[in-house]
Write a protein that binds this ligand. Structure first.
Ligand SMILES: CC(C)(COP(=O)(O)OP(=O)(O)OC[C@H]1O[C@@H](n2cnc3c(N)ncnc32)[C@H](O)[C@@H]1OP(=O)(O)O)[C@@H](O)C(=O)NCCC(=O)NCCS
Length: 213
């Protein structure tokens, strides 16, 4: 079934044996249950008093999905993609653009179930969304930030070719935390040859969702 009124649902990304499709309502129970504890929800989102940490984390996951769809605009969008390997849901890769028609810069976030880590899936799923951003959306740069001790996340960015872009402090639950920032330009992405490994299908009807080409 094709969704002509919300063509984003038909987007299909593929890279190195990993398939990415926009998260759907039917994916929520499995993904919410699988979101790992070491993936930090946005610390600015407040907890629901009276709800235990586990149910509250799953509540935030559901609301993140609905918020992204309900507030989508070309100026500010968040695309959550379900990641599958051999048909099994193993994680989520998020791509987001803020003031995108002007800044042409994308940010990303991701998680994988522990059993799927350390096998290159993190790199493949980031590459998939970069292929979408640089080859189809007209992004000029991608940025990423991770805690200074998050070696897997920093490792994904470095493997793909992001360059150091400074450090900064962020207000997390435990107080100020040091983040490392990284940045990848479209030129560097293209010269790396990685674009050829990414397949994006069904993008043309989605063009208006991201602003003018
Ligand atoms: C971040 C995450 C998605 C990465 O996925 P992954 O599949 O484990 O990563 P990959 O196997 O593709 O590895 C990417 C690189 O990081 C390196 N790496 C992975 N784990 C590492 C570790 N514990 N220490 C040092 N380097 C590590 C790998 O060696 C690889 O680099 P290389 O190709 O140069 O060897 C995954 O670890 C995760 O879900 N973490 C928890 C949630 C999180 O922190 N998300 C990021 C914040 S938004």
């Amino acid at each position: 079934m094709s969704y002509s009124d919300w063509p984003l649902f038909d987007l299909r990304l593929h890279c190195r044996g990993v398939d990415l499709t926009p998260v759907r309502e039917s994916d929520l129970p499995v993904l919410a249950a699988r979101e790992p504890d070491d993936y930090e929800p946005d610390p600015r989102l407040s907890a629901l008093p009276g709800l235990e940490p586990g149910p509250d984390r799953r509540r935030l996951f559901h609301q993140g999905y609905w918020r992204a769809l309900g507030t989508w605009s070309p100026e500010s969008w968040v695309l959550h993609l379900a990641v599958r390997q051999d048909g099994d849901l193993v994680g989520v890769q998020t791509l987001e653009g803020d003031d995108f028609p002007v800044l042409r810069t994308v940010d990303s976030a991701s998680w994988l179930v522990p059993a799927a880590r350390g096998r290159g899936i993190g790199v493949a799923m980031r590459m998939a969304v970069l292929g979408l951003a640089f080859e189809h959306l007209g992004a000029v740069a991608a940025i990423s930030s991770a805690r200074a001790d998050n070696h897997p996340s920093l490792g994904v960015s470095r493997r793909i070719g992001y360059a150091d872009n400074g450090v900064g402090l962020v207000h997390a639950h435990e107080g100020a935390v040091l983040l490392r920032h990284l940045r990848l330009t479209a030129d560097r992405w293209r010269s790396s040859g990685q674009a050829g490994e990414v397949t994006v299908r069904n993008f043309p009807p989605c063009r208006p969702w991201f602003g003018p080409a």
